[in-house]
Ligand binder design. Structure first.
Ligand code: SAM
Length: 217
């Protein structure tokens, strides 16, 4: 094991398992993906710390526990088509790629979109397709999705995302105002989409047509 593998293994045990995540496939994926390649070079030493890190353009790669927690809420079995909104570094997309059949991921900021696509390609995550677009509108050409994960916080659930899910699909996203939001899990019950509030979090804002026009709104 190299030093980063040792840190990754410790990250999974201490930050993720100890906080109650038991899904073995999610734990395996978190153990497998080399997070240090998704953070800026000067932050590699901190890649396995229990916190989010800056990735440029005012954005962040989420805390490892939050990545594992949101991923486990999707309950993936391996044959799904998944949409991620907010590619950022590409790290969450890499985790999803090990747990699903195909991953579409959209990023609003061109520089992040280009860099994450390069990282994912270089590391061989071939079932991830990166789109540079406003993901608050979903990604209609490849809908419907079995699961959608949003990694930026919305003022309320974007209607196009619910419309682009299969009836059995799951949507996981942070919803709320400045400073604090709740991770919500949306599923259909008797043909109606219903949310469940899961965990308080603090995410960067979702921009775009169904996101925040200004963080002060
Ligand atoms: N999942 C990312 C990772 O693994 O590194 C972290 C995502 S970061 C917390 C949130 C990302 O959402 C930022 O890169 C931001 O530019 C992006 N974002 C915000 N609004 C967006 C939108 N409407 N469509 C697509 N991406 C958006």
């Amino acid at each position: 094991m190299d030093e980063f593998e040792i840190r990754r293994s410790r990250m999974v045990t201490e930050q993720i398992q100890h906080r109650g995540i038991t899904d073995t496939a999610v734990l395996e994926a978190m153990r497998a993906v080399p997070r240090h390649f998704f953070v800026p070079h000067e932050l590699r030493e901190n890649a396995y710390s229990d916190c989010p890190l800056p990735i440029g353009s005012g954005q962040t790669i989420s805390q490892p526990y939050i990545v594992a927690y949101m991923t486990s809420l999707l309950n993936l079995k391996g044959d799904e088509k998944v949409l991620e909104v907010g590619t950022g570094s590409g790290y969450q997309a890499a985790i999803l790629s090990l747990l699903a059949h195909q991953v579409h991921t959209t990023e609003l900021i061109p520089q992040l979109s280009a860099r994450s696509a390069e990282t994912l390609r270089d590391l061989g995550y071939d079932n991830v397709i990166v789109h540079q677009s406003d993901g608050s509108l979903g990604w209609k050409p490849c809908a419907p999705y079995d699961a959608i994960l949003v990694t930026a916080s919305a003022p309320k659930v974007p209607a196009p995302l619910l419309e682009q899910l299969t009836p059995e699909g799951r949507l996981v996203l942070p919803v709320g105002g400045r400073g604090m939001q709740w991770i919500e899990l949306w599923q259909q019950e008797n043909g109606k989409w219903l949310p469940e509030e899961m965990l308080p979090v603090a995410f960067v804002p979702l921009r775009g047509a169904h996101g925040w026009q200004s963080w002060e709104d």
